[in-house]
Design a protein around this ligand. Structure first.
Ligand SMILES: [Zn+2]
Length: 80
């Protein structure tokens, strides 16, 4: 179950709404799950290689491959 964030001000709501939308992509080489923006996902879909929001180059793993943990910088970026 996903916990909903608690917003204390309109600024907090605006901050969340202006963050880029991202999807999770697991790196086939490291097994680490990164976040990739929608635009980057579209740009890299033919090659299967993406630049994550943390700056790492990610080679997409099979969708059935389990990840070995989330990338902390990507998680801290707080993308939605
Ligand atoms: Zn990352």
């Amino acid at each position: 179950m996903t916990a909903w964030p608690t917003f204390r001000s309109r600024a907090m709501v605006a901050d969340v709404l202006t963050r880029p939308r991202t999807i999770g992509v697991t790196d086939a080489r490291t097994g680490r799950a990164h976040r990739v923006t929608d635009d980057e996902a579209a740009a890299g879909r033919h090659s299967g290689c993406y630049e994550a929001i943390c700056g790492a180059r990610v080679l997409a793993a099979s969708l059935t491959a389990p990840d070995r943990g989330r990338c902390r910088p990507c998680a801290r970026a707080g993308a939605r």
